[in-house]
Design a protein around this ligand. Structure first.
Ligand SMILES: *[C@@H]1O[C@H](CO)[C@@H](O)[C@H](O)[C@H]1NC(C)=O
Ligand SMILES: *[C@@H]1O[C@H](CO)[C@@H](O)[C@H](O)[C@H]1NC(C)=O
Ligand SMILES: *[C@@H]1O[C@H](CO)[C@@H](O)[C@H](O)[C@H]1NC(C)=O
Ligand SMILES: *[C@@H]1O[C@H](CO)[C@@H](O)[C@H](O)[C@H]1NC(C)=O
Ligand SMILES: *[C@@H]1O[C@H](CO)[C@@H](O)[C@H](O)[C@H]1NC(C)=O
Ligand SMILES: *[C@@H]1O[C@H](CO)[C@@H](O)[C@H](O)[C@H]1NC(C)=O
Ligand SMILES: *[C@@H]1O[C@H](CO)[C@@H](O)[C@H](O)[C@H]1NC(C)=O
Ligand SMILES: *[C@@H]1O[C@H](CO)[C@@H](O)[C@H](O)[C@H]1NC(C)=O
Ligand SMILES: *[C@@H]1O[C@H](CO)[C@@H](O)[C@H](O)[C@H]1NC(C)=O
Ligand SMILES: *[C@@H]1O[C@H](CO)[C@@H](O)[C@H](O)[C@H]1NC(C)=O
Ligand SMILES: *[C@@H]1O[C@H](CO)[C@@H](O)[C@H](O)[C@H]1NC(C)=O
Ligand SMILES: *[C@@H]1O[C@H](CO)[C@@H](O)[C@H](O)[C@H]1NC(C)=O
Length: 792
């Protein structure tokens, strides 16, 4: 904190202190040449004497500071004349700041041919700046700031090739800035606070010693030259202020050649175009102010490389996209403003903690930075696991961070709904005329069913594309049945249900109270948009009572991808089996029904859709109200990049469902699905979770070892043994199911049965469950089943 404080203080005083520093420097220079105390005794030359007299005549001196400039002038160089310094009878400096002088500067000042410094700042001198300054080849400093000079800056100053400081700021100068390309010693130029117009001379962009350039608060127009620095010259520009002008065009990429730049202000202009990503090369930059322009495009992530950045203002532009995650790296950033743009997405928790909401306000689609702008379906990026972290099954407990996010989300539900109502009002109104009849369908689309089918004649085939004007994204409905818009979806309150390698799953409650499961895919690991759409359209066509239907997908303007599925309130088989209350047994018929349902779903995938699941686990086998199962997550690997899929396979390995050959093959096939199904059946039979190993043996190995020892009954779940005792299960049924499961998990893929055979055998084991598992899917209202027991 102390450091920051110092920094801020230093920054604030920079202008003042640098100016004082230069005055001091010039003073030292002169003192080393001549001391006013020890006059060199040479009487002033005639030309200089006349020059000074004319100079005095031009001025108005209400406080008589120039009273000492009297008499014959024999003492003009003696130190007796206020503000005059000479060397060998020639005037080298006129320094009369803060003297209340008016009038003007005579052209005769050009007679003072040895003049090195002209310092008349902070007076009220007006008129034109004399052309004749151009004759003064020794001139090093011109400080005329804070006066009333008008007219234009004489181009003749270009002749003063030794000039180091030119400060004409805060006058009434008009016209254009002359070329200073011959003034190769210029160190500081301050022309700010005038009324200069025209373009910025290209010559100013390539003066190697130039360290401070202030052209701010003028009326400069045209574009900023794109010729800053030169590759082979060391370039010292430290501060570049071009703000408050009428500059247009884009921020030139060549600015990144200015390796010493610490302050860059281009705010309050008419700049358009995008921010060049090369600004990230300005490794010493402390202040970057691009506010109040018309800059478009994304904020380059490279800005996050500028570790010295202290103040960043991008407010009041037309920037789009998300705030780059790399901004989290800006440890020294103490002032950030991205307000009033068209930014979207979540603000990182770090930034929203560090800066208050006025840094982010005025970006309708930006969220997460304040209580009044919660993120609907966009988790804060830190919640998404990085590709290297193994995913957890969907049943795992929410961690504290998520819990807080969820609580915040819930507590703001009311506000959010209000906001969404406002957003979607106009959209709804517009589309209500051509969407007549969807209301009657709406209710039944809510959760589990395929019941929506037939709700609207003739619309069950094909997909329905809506794109939202507000979000710019693309929402594609399959079946054409779910009556929500992209805005509805994005505004829905969402609760995290689980996470996997591919993304995060939310339970989203739409405006009308209906619930859907939304999977937000991790953007970086999905296929390109075109491939993605081809694959997702194929997935959206798959319909089977035992396969969770993909109802819609959404691709956002920044490539974010959401998949919308039916929401099943009962959760997953994993939770159903392993996370239930002690007195809620799952009976044998229910377990068989589940096994048969999984086999049916997989058979449809393999034979009708020519697709493999690739990642079957009990966590993605979902239950609806009647314990009918629906398999989720099938075919998702087709949407993801190859790297993501091998990562997923590795994760599946850890969970215990992965066929052994997959660690080498890297690509799932029907036989690897059979293996996973075998593990699921073993899970149903034993009641054990495959991720728990026993004495280093995975579930199939453990079952095989027990069976070999002929203690077969030991493998079965105690509840099933009770069922057997009560007569609802027979020993044969259990043993045959166990044999089938062990057949499925045979280490040799060729030895495993195919899905058709498995289904046939399961149906033979328990014929009486066949009918009921095929029955029509539930039409239950959302949320009416909240106990995890079931099965009775
Ligand atoms: C430039 O001029 C402005 C206006 O006079 C002043 O505020 C600023 O401090 C000056 N900067 C430098 C470095 O001299
Ligand atoms: C010139 O100015 C000095 C200092 O103000 C004063 O002492 C002196 O009398 C003046 N001489 C004339 C001739 O006005
Ligand atoms: C710079 O100097 C060269 C050679 O002395 C001269 O020809 C040219 O006109 C000068 N340019 C300016 C802008 O003064
Ligand atoms: C600035 O200069 C322009 C002419 O170039 C003039 O029209 C305008 O009134 C001036 N503005 C101010 C504030 O002096
Ligand atoms: C800027 O310059 C234009 C002409 O080039 C003039 O019309 C306008 O008044 C000037 N703006 C200001 C603020 O002086
Ligand atoms: C800059 O240096 C490179 C080699 O480092 C050379 O090829 C090039 O010609 C130089 N450019 C100029 C303008 O001197
Ligand atoms: C930026 O502004 C200039 C002039 O005002 C215009 O010619 C150009 O087309 C604009 N560029 C963009 C990308 O809007
Ligand atoms: C400047 O930045 C660009 C893009 O960020 C990069 O490709 C380039 O290598 C950088 N140049 C230098 C000289 O650092
Ligand atoms: C700068 O940032 C970009 C994107 O954030 C990154 O890819 C690049 O490696 C960084 N460059 C340096 C030199 O740090
Ligand atoms: C961050 O600020 C501190 C204190 O002002 C400074 O010492 C440090 O060098 C800065 N870090 C960078 C990378 O500029
Ligand atoms: C910038 O955004 C504003 C408001 O969003 C819009 O009116 C304007 O047309 C946009 N300008 C450009 C150049 O995109
Ligand atoms: C950000 O900029 C806006 C508009 O320029 C301003 O109203 C707000 O106060 C600024 N916030 C901060 C933290 O600087």
């Amino acid at each position: 904190m102390a450091n920051h404080h110092q920094f801020r203080k230093k920054h604030k005083n920079m202008n003042e202190s640098s100016r004082l520093f230069f005055l001091f420097l010039l003073l030292l220079l002169q003192l080393s040449n001549v001391s006013s105390q020890s006059w060199d005794g040479v009487v002033i030359t005639q030309a200089d004497f006349q020059g000074l007299q004319a100079f005095k005549q031009g001025l108005v001196d209400p406080f008589n500071y120039l009273q000492s400039w009297n008499g014959t002038g024999l003492d003009a160089c003696s130190g007796a004349w206020t503000g005059i310094k000479c060397v060998l009878g020639e005037v080298i400096a006129i320094q009369l700041p803060w003297k209340g002088l008016g009038g003007h500067i005579t052209e005769k000042v050009g007679q003072l041919t040895a003049l090195r410094k002209l310092s008349l700042h902070d007076n009220s001198i007006g008129g034109q700046i004399p052309q004749s300054l151009g004759f003064l080849r020794d001139l090093r400093g011109i400080n005329l700031f804070n006066n009333r000079f008008s007219g234009s800056i004489p181009a003749s100053i270009g002749n003063c090739v030794l000039l180091q400081t030119l400060d004409l700021s805060n006058n009434l100068l008009t016209g254009s800035i002359p070329s200073f390309s011959n003034n190769t010693k210029l160190y500081r130029i301050n022309l700010s606070y005038n009324n200069l117009s025209g373009e910025i001379p290209v010559g100013l962009t390539s003066l190697p010693p130039l360290t401070f350039l202030f052209l701010n608060n003028n009326n400069l127009s045209g574009s900023i030259p794109d010729s800053w620095g030169e590759a082979n010259k060391s370039y010292h520009l430290n501060t570049l202020y071009l703000d408050h002008n009428s500059l247009s065009g884009s921020v030139p990429a060549s600015i990144s050649n200015l390796h010493s730049l610490e302050q860059l202000s281009l705010n309050n202009n008419g700049l358009n175009g995008t921010i060049p990503m090369e600004v990230g090369n300005l490794s010493k930059l402390q202040t970057l102010d691009l506010s109040k322009n018309f800059i478009t495009g994304d904020i380059p992530a490279t800005i996050g490389n500028i570790s010295s950045l202290f103040q960043l203002d991008l407010s009041g532009n037309n920037l789009t996209g998300e705030i780059p995650l790399s901004f989290d790296n800006l440890a020294n950033l103490t002032s950030l403003n991205v307000s009033y743009n068209n930014l979207s997405g979540p603000v990182s928790p770090l930034l929203s903690r560090k800066f208050n909401s006025s840094s982010f306000a005025g970006n309708i689609q930006l969220c997460g930075y304040s209580a009044s702008a919660p993120c609907p379906l966009a988790p804060s990026p830190s919640v998404i696991p990085s590709p290297s972290t193994p995913s957890e099954p969907a049943t795992r407990k929410l961690n504290t961070k998520e819990l807080i996010l969820t609580i915040v989300g819930i507590s703001l539900l009311f506000l959010l709904l209000l906001f969404c109502a406002l957003i979607s009002f106009s959209f709804k109104r517009k589309s209500s005329s051509d969407k007549k009849g969807t209301d009657s369908v709406k209710k039944s689309t809510a959760v589990a069913g395929t019941t929506a089918k037939g709700g609207k004649a003739g619309s069950t085939t094909g997909s329905d594309v809506t794109s939202s004007g507000d979000t710019g994204g693309k929402l594609v409905h399959f079946d054409g049945q779910l009556a929500f818009t992209a805005d509805d979806l994005l505004c829905a309150t969402a609760e995290i249900m689980g996470k996997s390698t591919y993304g995060t799953v939310y339970k989203a409650t739409l405006e009308d109270g209906s619930q859907v499961a939304v999977k937000r895919l991790r953007e970086k690991i999905t296929k390109s948009q075109k491939e993605f759409e081809t694959e997702v359209n194929a997935l959206g066509k798959i319909r089977h009572p035992n396969l969770l239907a993909l109802r819609a997908y959404y691709v956002g303007p920044k490539g974010e991808k959401l998949l919308v599925f039916d929401y099943l309130p009962k959760g997953s088989l994993a939770a159903f089996l392993h996370a239930r209350a002690p007195d809620t047994p799952v009976d044998w018929p229910t377990r068989m029904k589940i096994a048969i349902g999984v086999a049916r779903g997989l058979l449809h995938l393999h034979s009708q859709a020519s697709m493999v699941h690739g990642n079957l686990t009990s966590a993605n086998i979902l239950l609806d109200d009647k314990s009918t199962i629906k398999i989720s997550d099938y075919g998702l690997s087709r949407l993801m990049s190859a790297a993501a899929n091998s990562n997923m396979i590795a994760t599946a390995g850890a969970l215990g469902y992965r066929a052994p050959e997959l660690s080498k093959l890297k690509k799932a096939n029907p036989k690897t699905d059979v293996y996973s199904l075998g593990v699921v059946i073993l899970e149903l039979l034993t009641g054990k979770s495959p991720s728990d190993t026993t004495n280093g043996l995975d579930l199939p190995q453990w079952v095989a070892s027990v069976v070999e020892e002929e203690w077969t009954n030991e493998v079965f779940d105690l509840e099933l043994m009770k069922d057997a005792a009560a007569g609802s299960a027979t020993g044969d049924e259990l043993v045959n199911a166990l044999k089938l499961a062990l057949h499925c998990v045979d280490p040799s893929p060729a030895a495993r049965p195919d899905m058709q055979q498995i289904l046939k055998q399961l149906e033979e084991i328990k014929p009486e469950v066949v009918e009921s598992s095929e029955g029509p899917s539930s039409t239950g209202e959302p949320g009416d089943a909240d106990d995890a027991g079931g099965g009775e």
